[in-house]
Design a protein around this ligand. Structure first.
Ligand code: KG4
Ligand code: ZN
Length: 353
């Protein structure tokens, strides 16, 4: 491959400039980093359009990406104060996500990298959420433990090195974000569910004793019991004609859902003997969870690395950060790189990478 050969032969700069592109769901995003320094981040979202339908409609997402991708990339490069010629590589999310949506970013990234004669890097969206921590704290070095809580995944992961990981525990059913979205639906809150639950919870008290999820085994999670408890609570009250506070339900749900995330993550970090815990994924934008993590990490003497809220939900800075790790590992893709709807997280207890 032309760009691959060029990349391997070119004199290596210490701080590569990487363009990240993300289009796996309803955010069209582009960002530029120089080493672990973020130069620009542009996020154009179709969430308002999707909200009319109560969730993400794949075809609407793909069309919105097609409309926005050129602008997102152009702005990210300009806002970084650069021209395309200064870029050393293009990293793009190739999965997991909606196939049609992924293909928009992927096709754009392939053409862009090919035209510039620079390497193309395929980034795993979930590894991107994990890599956001490297931008949040440029001094962060493995080993550390990561709490990952997004719309599709919930896991506690041991990062052994920049590219080697071990899943210590994961969800046995719904992901944390999915549970937030389902609870929001029960409470009649609009899409996106997570931020709306958080907003409503501020007006209520966590006074309903919803069951603590999955008190057993290691660092696994389970959200189906909590989800059922929320549904049963609301339905029973409605059937009996009894008034109840939706804000209290939101606060009680949030407290139960976040409590276990923080407990499990801190316990895993302590058991692994690491000095730092990082966190990533949309649910980590939740202020209540961030507070809990801060409290528990302070008690345990752990350094907490929390990306800013806008780098917890989908963005391209995290994809550029994951691209940097792959760039340093010389892990380049070629033009056959395809979109992938699912990418396994890895088996529990087994190092992957
Ligand atoms: O990481 P993300 O943006 O996309 C995926 O990769 O899945 O995560 C989206 C999930 C959604 O389920 C959304 O409801 C949840 O993150 N989320 C939140 C908050 N912001 C986004 N959950 C709780 N509180 C929030 N503030
Ligand atoms: Zn995500």
């Amino acid at each position: 491959m032309r760009y691959r050969e060029r990349a391997l032969c070119a004199p290596q700069k210490e701080e590569p400039v990487i363009l990240g592109i993300e289009s796996s769901c309803d955010e069209t995003a582009a960002a530029v980093i120089r080493g672990r320094r973020l130069l620009s981040s542009v996020i154009l979202s179709s969430a308002a359009e999707q909200a009319k339908y109560g969730g993400v409609v794949p075809e609407i997402a793909s069309r919105a990406h097609t409309d926005a991708i050129g602008e997102a990339v152009e702005r990210a490069v300009a806002e970084a104060g650069l021209t395309p010629a200064s870029l050393d590589a293009v990293a793009v999310t190739y999965g997991a996500g909606l196939l049609g949506a992924l293909l928009v970013g992927l096709s754009f990234a392939k053409s862009y990298a090919f035209a510039l004669g620079i390497p193309l890097i395929g980034a795993d969206h979930i590894r991107g959420h994990m890599a956001a921590a490297y931008l949040a704290d440029p001094a962060l070095e493995p080993p550390f433990v990561t709490l990952l809580a997004s719309g599709g995944h919930t896991a506690v992961i041991y990062t052994e090195s920049y590219t080697r990981f071990e899943v210590l525990g994961s969800t046995r059913d719904d992901a944390a974000g999915e549970a937030f979205d389902k609870a929001a639906r029960v409470l009649g809150l609009p899409y996106p569910g997570g931020p709306n639950i958080e907003k409503l919870a501020r007006e209520g008290e966590a006074c309903i004793p919803f069951p603590k999820m999955f008190s057993g085994n290691g660092y696994d999670f389970s959200y189906s019991g909590l989800k059922t408890a929320v549904i049963n609570y609301c339905h029973t009250k409605e059937q009996k004609g009894e008034a109840y506070s939706r804000a209290d339900v939101a606060a009680s749900f949030q407290s139960a859902a976040c409590g276990v995330l923080a407990e499990r993550a801190v316990a895993a970090a302590k058991a692994k003997g690491v000095s730092a815990l990082s966190a990533g994924g949309g649910v980590v934008a939740n202020g209540f969870l961030r507070g809990l993590l801060q409290e528990k990490c302070a008690e345990a003497g752990l350094r907490l690395v929390l990306p800013e809220k806008k780098y917890c939900t989908d963005n391209a800075a995290m994809i550029a950060a994951e691209g940097l790790l792959q760039y340093r590992a010389r892990n380049f893709a070629d033009l056959t790189l395809n979109a992938c709807a699912h990418i396994p997280l890895g088996k529990k207890g087994k190092i992957v990478g």
